[in-house]
Design a protein around this ligand. Sequence first.
Ligand SMILES: NC(=O)c1ccc[n+]([C@@H]2O[C@H](COP(=O)([O-])OP(=O)(O)OC[C@H]3O[C@@H](n4cnc5c(N)ncnc54)[C@H](OP(=O)(O)O)[C@@H]3O)[C@@H](O)[C@H]2O)c1
Length: 320
Amino acid sequence: MQAFLRKADVGAPRHWILNQYAYAMKILITGGTNGMGKGVAKILAGLDQQAHEIIILCRSHTLGEAVKTELIQLTSNQKISIILCDLTRLADVKRAIAEIHAGHDYLDGIFINAGIGYAATRVETEDGMDSHFQVNYLSQFMLTLNLLDLLYKSSQGGRIIFNVTRTGEIHWDDLQMNRQWKFETCVHQAMVAKRMLLVKLHDLHRNRPDSALSFVGFEISKPVWSNQLNIIPFFMRAMATLMKAFGSFYSIEQCGEIMAPLFTESHQESLKRSGKLITWKKNAFLELQEDEKVLDKELQDRLWNISLELCGDEKMKERF
Ligand SMILES: NC(=O)c1ccc[n+]([C@@H]2O[C@H](COP(=O)([O-])OP(=O)(O)OC[C@H]3O[C@@H](n4cnc5c(N)ncnc54)[C@H](OP(=O)(O)O)[C@@H]3O)[C@@H](O)[C@H]2O)c1
């Protein structure tokens, strides 16, 4: 790990410039081929004299390679790689976990970000789950738990930033959305599940003497003009285009600029945010009030046990 002087970032949020020293970080980004994940990858790759290493977890080899080439050309950072993983398949997640362990002996940060947004109908995965539940939550639950050992080995205090929003609830009697499918309901349920996971992980780690890990939930305060805008129906896109003209959207690069410090800040700063839900407003990170149901330990344990069961991995069940 090398410390180096951060060059003044013209036009960057003020707290970047105040934070004068940074370390080379190795960061895994799920869903780094589009939208918020790509925005974060793009900004991190160019920051701090191209010191940071970026690993993009993606489902398409062609798109992953294209984004890798784009980022290398844009930033001259050569430390960009891809790991293939389709989050609709638990077998693929297992394979990706093994590949990450084979290629890396530590990680400093993970961005749990990949997600499906708009969908016209419910799609069931080959593992028999609702695709929003599996992609946006369960597969990344499996990934997270199985990569914690690499974060323990970070000399910078490993951290996981979860891309979340505040709304939603867990539909305990219909987790797979067989009866009440609506894409918004599915997206929101996965958000609550991720928030419950990060609070539980924080509680599990805060008293461990061997752990300096932090688990942070981040909600972007304005919508981001992501690839979702290419997928949604025409009338929704027309409305969004109008809103964009009034400045209602962040670009993916603005999103990356806002979020990048969460991955590069000192381990002490990151620990202060652990277990919290935060946003970025008026040039500062602010804590948001978390829902009582998300903080409920019995409900967290219930979801944790269901999730372990659904992962269907006996070794994982024994370890966690
Ligand atoms: N945009 C917003 O305003 C906003 C606000 C708050 C939260 N979010 C959340 O942010 C996350 C990213 O959304 P976005 O708006 O940036 O959307 P996006 O542009 O569509 O990006 C989604 C990313 O997830 C990846 N992905 C989707 N399905 C996958 C699968 N089966 N396996 C592996 N990767 C998969 C996509 O890969 P491909 O490139 O191959 O499609 C893409 O890289 C989502 O969880 C979303 O709910 C978005």
